[in-house]
Design a protein around this ligand. Structure first.
Ligand code: GAP
Length: 444
């Protein structure tokens, strides 16, 4: 049974604790666009850093790239996005709302008198489905004319394809090799929603792996396994991740085979990452549209070919949402509800809270000393306001795995208590051992 109230609670916690805010909220918000607050930006950065480490730093066969969002408009003709990146939509002539033609809330057949608008309830006011391109357009240069139309990229992948020869020529890579990129993408989604699950501006973490034709299926299988391992390594609940293979009617225009890695959200099983066998479709089309040779000369095989591409494409915002949904729990402790975000310590935005038990007897001075020492190593948070129990609860909601309390004993013998978020157990540690202790606990 879907727990839709969990999403409401999460949205409210995200605002309260500074993870995520509605964009332009003081103006009433902008539809399905969100801003990351102090804790959210750290959490998402931890996701991106972990991905970058696994894909670029920990491997010898992948290079990084940061291509521009704006690209030559022909890129999107070649990629098939101008012609094919569309959703069939219907408009209500009465209330002016727009829906996907397959919106399950529509009763009857759009365009026919029996069709009923799911928003205003009018009958016979829905238009026939029309194709609507999801790319955002803008204009380059001072004159708003057709010739100057450029698009905000709907995927980061194309920036990699058009740079593949540049990377190949400037690095020591040979096929098989990959190029990884993290960056913003934009889609004028018609049915966005579920908080940051489907938004109009989002970040992708994409990797394109260039392989010899004929070896694509084995590389596809390898990447499918590696990407699932990475998702599992985020500490998500076992059993809430699965593969979904695309049927022929689901495959994107470029794909020969595709698997989604899905997570079980409160609103059902949904994709968090796609692994696609894009064949030589993209490079072949860019070669055709640009007139530039994009073949690779394979010295070992003494052969020229356009490499096949295995793509792994994850959403940084979607993975961040997944972590928050998975981590959220409520417990009754001493008759009160405790809300916890039980993040994997390596992903938590703040690693430790530092608290003087009371604001006297030398405790604030010692706590400040401990705080500054730890701050050189980890993101830590100093808090001396309110009862200690309330300070613990605030850190539980922020997902902080440890709280360090400076008390009377610290003043006497330079030891502190370290309280563990999940078990609430407390250890007493010497101030001198604290950094090493936390580093071990965090695996940092
Ligand atoms: N280059 C291939 C590609 O873009 P996709 O399945 O359309 O494939 C890949 O997108 C990933 O990007 C998705 O698994 C999802 O995590 C993320 N994504 C796509 N559209 C999104 C949106 N509107 N809001 C948030 N994330 C999105």
């Amino acid at each position: 049974m879907a727990d839709t109230t969990l999403m409401d609670k999460l949205v409210s916690l995200c605002k309260r604790r500074g993870f995520i805010f509605q964009s332009s909220e003081i103006y009433g918000g902008l539809g399905s666009v969100w801003d990351y607050g102090p804790l959210g930006v750290e959490l998402k950065k931890n996701v991106k850093d972990r991905w970058w480490h696994a894909m670029v730093h920990a491997r010898d066969d992948i290079e990084g790239l940061d291509a521009a969002i704006l690209m030559h408009p022909k890129v999107w003709e070649a990629s098939g996005h101008v012609a094919g990146f569309t959703d069939p939509l219907v408009d209500c002539r009465h209330c002016k709302n727009r829906f996907r033609a397959d919106d399950p809330r529509i009763k009857g057949t759009p365009g026919q008198p029996d069709a009923q608008c799911p928003v205003c309830g009018s009958k016979g006011t829905l238009t026939e489905p029309r194709l609507f391109n999801l790319m955002f357009k803008t204009f380059m240069g001072p004159v708003e004319e057709q010739a100057a139309v450029v698009y905000l990229r709907p995927e980061t992948a194309q920036g990699i394809y058009v740079n593949y020869i540049n990377v190949l020529n400037s690095s020591r890579q040979k096929v098989p090799f990959g190029i990884a990129q993290i960056g913003k993408a934009f889609r004028n989604e018609i049915t966005p929603g579920n908080f940051i699950f489907r938004t109009r501006e989002f970040e992708q973490m994409e990797m394109q792996f260039f392989v010899k034709p004929g070896t694509d299926e084995e590389w596809f299988e390898r990447w499918r396994g590696w990407r699932m391992e990475w998702c599992q390594g985020l500490g998500l609940t076992p059993g809430r991740l699965r593969f979904h293979r695309h049927g022929p009617d689901e495959l994107a225009h470029y794909a020969k085979d595709a698997f989604d890695i899905q997570y079980e959200f409160p609103f059902g099983w949904q994709e968090i990452e796609g692994v696609h066998n894009r064949t030589d479709f993209d490079l072949g089309r860019h070669q055709q549209y640009s007139g530039k040779k994009l073949e690779y000369f394979d010295q070992a095989a003494n052969q020229r070919y356009i490499p096949y591409i295995v793509e792994t494409s994850a959403g940084a915002d979607r993975v961040t949402l997944t972590l928050m949904v998975d981590a959220y729990r409520e417990e009754i402790v001493e008759g009160e509800t405790r809300v916890v975000l039980g993040f994997h310590p390596a992903l938590a935005p703040i690693k430790a809270g530092v608290f003087p038990l009371v604001k006297k007897d030398g405790m604030p001075e010692l706590a400040t000393e401990v705080y500054h020492a730890l701050k050189r190593r980890f993101p830590v948070f100093y808090d001396d306001s309110g009862a200690i129990g309330r300070r613990y609860r605030r850190m539980d909601e922020a997902g902080t795995p440890f709280c360090v309390t400076i008390d009377g004993e610290t003043v006497a013998n330079r030891t502190v208590t370290v309280r563990h978020r999940d078990s609430m157990a407390q250890d007493r540690i010497g101030v001198d051992q604290l950094e090493t202790y936390l580093r071990e606990q965090l695996g940092a």
